[in-house]
Design a protein around this ligand. Sequence first.
Ligand code: NAP
Length: 285
Amino acid sequence: MSNLIDGKQISAQVKEQVARETAALREKGITVGLAVVIVGDDPASRIYVNNKKRACETCGIQSFEYALPGTTSEAKLLELVEKLNGDPAVNGILVQLPLPKQISEQKVIAAISPEKDVDAFHAVNVGKIMIGDYDFLPCTPAGCLTLIDSTGVSIEGKRCVVIGRSNIVGKPMAMLLLHRNGTVTICHSRTQDLKEICREADILVAAVGKANFVTADMVKEGAVVIDVGMNRLENGKLCGDVDFEAVREKAGWITPVPGGVGPMTIATLMRNTLSAAKLQNQVKA
Ligand code: NAP
């Protein structure tokens, strides 16, 4: 039976630290603000946005919500982003994805000022991450790194396998593990011998978006297993990419869903917003 990586508890510690630091900034007359933009009425997006707003309250970060109708044009959204770029009360801008079909996500991400891009999706921030000289790390992969670190298992020299190569999870996750001197393999839908590759992993990160995709026979005895997946089952229950009950018998460490990567992603967003405020106010880290 593996050890559980408690994302709720670790994220609470991160948020407490952020709250302490925002309080210290307030004493210097500096407030921290995050603008959250949601377009349309996707129920999952609404839940994420509400969770982010709640986390802001816990952390002493002012949140500004902009809820726009699903029919909003690209030009209107770009206009709002431009306004937020110039608003000194807003240190971070988060545009909840996915966006409706008529709006190009890439255009919107490119319009966000890189200094306020607390999701770290802008090409400037992605490039900085590639060269290892960055201000922010993307929230989900950075959250995964914190969870791996919490186990005490060193990444250096370890076999790391990431399943998934999206721009927001898989690719940056692989890069962060590489920066920490892991030996990294990225798998995707065209990968051959996936099971054999996964079985070599000391650290296995699943970001596929398919319920119970990672089965026990794909996992090395004692491995650290990080489950990024958030899949809604027909009965409404949330479920990860990993067959949790079977894999926990084999892994050394495992994250649950819910209560693993999800809360950690939000805590990392709070940390990034604080970092953005410090950078914009020339406060040393
Ligand atoms: P995505 O853009 O759909 O990417 C999924 C990746 O999985 C793709 O690279 C795809 O390969 C790969 N894949 C699909 N089927 C596969 C197969 N049979 N074998 C191997 N690889 C396969 O998804 P994403 O945005 O990265 O998100 C992944 C999951 O994480 C989703 O469940 C999402 O909801 C969740 N998520 C959670 C958080 C959080 O905070 N917890 C944050 C973000 C995302 P190809 O590239 O070849 O198509």
